[in-house]
Each structure stands twice: as structure tokens, then as C-alpha cells.
Design a protein around this ligand. Structure first.
Ligand SMILES: Cc1cc2nc3c(=O)[nH]c(=O)nc-3n(C[C@H](O)[C@H](O)[C@H](O)COP(=O)(O)OP(=O)(O)OC[C@H]3O[C@@H](n4cnc5c(N)ncnc54)[C@H](O)[C@@H]3O)c2cc1C
Length: 414
């Protein structure tokens, strides 16, 4: 619960306060920190011990070439690829028939010839290591943000408890990258709805089938949507997305029901699935949420990532769009801090928001109704090119952001 501000034990004056050290907040912090701005990053979690590996199941995301290009501009792609799984292309099936075969390498203008399946943890670790090299960036761990108060001259003050200490962070810009249930968004008074998806999501990992070349396969049909793809560098993950009632017909029964359903959709893997999927304990079910906000910025507070537009995992765009947002918004915030052009943030939202809302609607279409009652399979499938390269209208902004990320740093602003 938000508190009244208390007298701070210390005060930090900073150019940009980023709330949330997930992949999106870290990318924004790194991009702006490398431009020489003073960055204060607030993270609710405690600092992970050096070299710590994640406990329990790790989050894995598919990252598309357009997003990988941004990470490449930051100098991270080679190291990220070492622990990732390469996805060279995709096949799309409607009702069991191959409808399209795509290769990233053959796609015009594709900046990286594959997608990657990455552990989110690996990306966070790389970004944190880069940020640690910047003398002008400070991370405050165990940070509990209690209040956000507009100040004079367009700045804001965040009152933060960390351990026994209260810190006042006076920031010219606040980037709220603290995820779906963003505290910074709430403290800034930006109205938001966080709506649980009525659809179902489950996934199960099996070892790499012999001879598999890493091509992802997306199957639309009476089962809903089934994706076969890499799980980082360690296996094949089968993701089944459908409406809750269709899923319950299988998940309320024995595991053999799931094996039968998966095998019907992917007959060539029937033996492999039967051999490796034997217990519901192996199956992960996830409740996704949609975030809808009235605006993505208010005054000097900017929302980015899941705090602006959390979505379902169908289509794998949550992290992709969010990292793209972080890069584009970092450039816009940089311009505004330099006093050059403060309109970049609103222009960005004007281009981005309709695409995001249409994508969220596509996700609802794929998860709300039993597949038999839903729109044609062709209408339910996102376009491969749009996933790989980003929505057409945003590509020029992303190209600018890529150049911004690669630009030499200018420490003179510190
Ligand atoms: C099962 C599943 C599969 C997915 N697959 C894909 C995929 O294939 N491709 C894709 O693009 N996306 C995918 N996504 C979506 C993607 O994971 C998210 O969109 C992405 O992680 C959002 O990043 P974020 O940094 O905005 O938020 P988060 O990752 O939620 O990070 C928020 C950070 O803020 C911190 N925080 C929270 N509250 C506070 C606070 N009050 N103060 C300070 N810090 C705070 C948190 O501890 C965390 O470090 C998937 C999601 C799920 C659940």
C-alpha cells in the first residue's frame, strides 16, 4: 500500500530513475546510462549472489531477429547466443496441413538469420554485468517504493525504503518497468486494468527429438494452438494454448489424455511424447494477464514493458515488444533530457499502441472461444514477417533506436 512520504535518510539526485530490474528496465537503464546520464535503478528483489543460478524452473522467451538486432547493437548478442537455442525458421500448419514454411535467413531485411530461445535470467545477468561497468548507474536492491511526488521543474521524487533506510530519489524522468502489477504506475496515478486471460496455457518439455533441426512448428486446429519450439539450449517445448473449457476436457483427466491430444496434433512425435510425458508434474500451467492502461506516460513518468501492456504468451511478443519499447523510449527520453524534443514519447505511443491492442485482441481470439467457434485459422495466425521484423510502422523508429544504442557514449553529461 502506498504510504505518506517519510523524512529521507539520504537524497539522490538523478537524471533517470528506472523502477524494476527485469530485462526491460535494465535495457532502458543501460541505454541511457551509456549516454552518460545518471541512472538510479530500483529493484524490489534482493541482490542475487555473484554467479548464482536461478532456483526452480526458469522463464524462457523466444526473441525475434528485430529484437536480437537491438541486443547486438548493445554488444550482447554473441554472449546471449552461447546459452540460447537457435531457431532458423518456422512452419505453419492449419488443420494438420502445412500452410507455410519460413526461414529467417531468406526473409528480406532480416537483421539476424534466426530467432533465439533464451533464458530470461541469462539476459538479465548480461545486462546487469554491463550496467555494473557504468560509474554513473546505481542499483538499489530490496527497494520498496512508497511514494512518488511531483516536484518543481517537472521532476519527481520517489520515496524508497531499503532495509532500515529511507531514500528520496529526485529524478528528471521515471521509467516504470516494474511489470504487470506496477507500483510506480499506481503511485503515478495512471489508471490500469489487469485482466486475467480466460484462456489456458500449458507447456511441457521433452528432450530434443533425433534429427530435429530447430525449426519451430505452429499448429492451428480444433485443439486450438500448439507450438513446438526450442526451450533455450536444452530441449523441445510443446506449448498448448486454447480456451479454458477445451483445455479442461484434457487437464481434468489422466496424463494419457494430454499425450493423446499432443500426439494427434504432432503424429510424427507420438512415440517420443509417450516416452517422455508421463506425469502431470512435468506440465507447467500459467495464468496470463492482459494489462490495459489509459496512457503510457504522464508528466515525466513513462511506462514500459508489462507495466504498459502485459499480454498473453500467444505469439511470443511480450518481451519482444517490451525490449523494442525500451530502446525506442530510451532514445526519446534522451532527447527530452537534452531539451531537444519532448514529443518523442507521445509519438511513439501513437504508433505503438494500436498495434499492441490489435495483438492483444488476436490473443483473446485465440484463447476465448472453443476453436470450432472461433475465426478461421488463417485469421488467427500472426504474420511471420511482422513477428520477425516488427510492425511495419515502427520499423523506422526501431532503426533509429538501434543506431542510438550503438552510438559512442558521451560521458560529458554526467
Ligand atoms: C510462460 C510465458 C512465456 C512467455 N514467452 C514469451 C516469448 O516467447 N517471447 C516474448 O517476447 N515474451 C514472452 N513472454 C512475456 C515476457 O516474459 C514478458 O513480457 C517480459 O518478461 C516482461 O518484462 P518486464 O521487464 O516488463 O517485466 P518483468 O519481467 O515482470 O520484470 C519486472 C521487474 O520489476 C521488479 N519489480 C516489480 N515490482 C517492483 C517494485 N514495486 N519496485 C521495484 N521493482 C519491482 C520485478 O522484481 C522484476 O525484476 C512470456 C511470458 C510467460 C509468462
Amino acid at each position: 500500500m502506498p504510504d505518506q512520504p517519510t523524512a529521507p535518510d539520504r537524497t539522490i539526485a538523478t537524471d533517470v530513475c528506472v523502477v524494476g530490474a527485469g530485462p526491460v528496465g535494465l535495457l532502458a537503464a543501460l541505454a541511457l546510462g551509456r549516454q552518460g546520464w545518471q541512472i538510479t535503478l530500483l529493484e524490489r528483489r534482493p541482490q542475487p549472489p555473484a554467479g548464482a543460478e536461478p532456483k526452480g524452473p526458469v522463464a524462457v522467451n523466444i526473441v525475434q531477429p528485430v529484437t536480437l538486432h537491438l541486443l547486438d547493437r548493445l554488444g550482447l548478442l554473441d554472449r546471449l547466443t552461447e546459452r540460447a537455442g537457435v531457431i532458423p525458421g518456422a512452419e505453419i500448419y492449419f488443420g494438420g496441413h502445412l500452410a507455410a514454411r519460413h526461414s529467417y535467413a531468406e526473409l528480406d531485411g532480416c537483421p539476424v538469420p534466426h530467432a533465439l530461445s533464451i533464458r530470461s535470467f541469462d539476459l538479465v545477468r548480461l545486462l546487469l554485468a554491463e550496467l555494473a561497468d557504468l560509474p554513473n548507474a546505481t542499483v538499489i536492491w530490496d527497494a520498496d517504493t512508497r511514494a512518488l511526488t511531483p516536484g518543481t521543474g517537472g521532476s519527481s521524487t520517489l520515496t524508497v525504503r531499503t532495509g532500515e533506510t529511507t531514500v528520496a530519489v529526485q529524478a528528471r524522468f521515471v521509467i516504470a518497468a516494474d511489470g504487470r502489477d506496477s507500483t510506480a504506475r499506481e503511485l503515478a496515478g495512471i489508471p490500469a486494468e489487469v485482466v486475467p486471460s480466460s484462456g489456458s496455457y500449458l507447456d511441457v518439455v521433452v528432450p530434443n527429438p533425433p534429427g530435429w533441426n530447430g525449426i519451430a512448428r505452429a499448429h492451428f486446429g480444433t485443439h486450438g494452438y500448439l507450438l513446438e519450439t526450442r526451450r533455450a539450449d536444452e530441449g523441445l517445448v510443446l506449448v498448448w494454448i486454447t480456451d479454458a473449457a477445451t483445455a479442461a476436457q484434457v487437464t481434468d483427466g489422466p496424463i494419457e489424455g494430454l499425450v493423446t491430444m499432443l500426439s494427434r496434433v504432432v503424429p510424427r512425435l507420438a512415440d517420443w511424447i509417450a516416452r517422455h510425458v508421463t506425469d502431470w508434474e512435468q506440465v507447467r500451467r500459467v495464468q496470463h494477464h492482459f494489462v490495459h492502461t489509459k496512457t503510457w506516460s504522464q508528466g515525466n513518468v513513462v511506462l514500459v514493458g508489462d507495466s504498459a501492456h502485459g499480454m498473453h504468451a500467444f505469439g511470443g511478443q511480450g518481451l519482444n515488444t517490451s525490449l523494442q519499447d525500451a530502446a525506442c523510449l530510451a532514445e526519446a527520453v534522451d532527447s527530452a533530457l537534452r531539451g531537444e524534443d519532448a514529443s518523442g514519447i507521445e509519438s511513439y505511443e501513437a504508433v505503438r499502441r494500436p498495434f499492441i491492442e490489435a495483438f492483444q485482441s488476436l490473443q483473446v481470439t485465440n484463447t476465448q472461444q472453443p476453436p470450432a467457434a472461433a475465426a478461421d485459422e488463417q485469421e488467427r495466425a500472426p504474420e511471420f514477417e511482422v513477428l520477425a521484423l516488427g510492425q511495419p510502422a515502427i520499423r523506422p523508429l526501431i532503426a533509429d533506436a538501434a543506431a542510438f544504442l550503438a552510438a559512442d557514449t558521451d560521458q560529458s553529461r554526467r
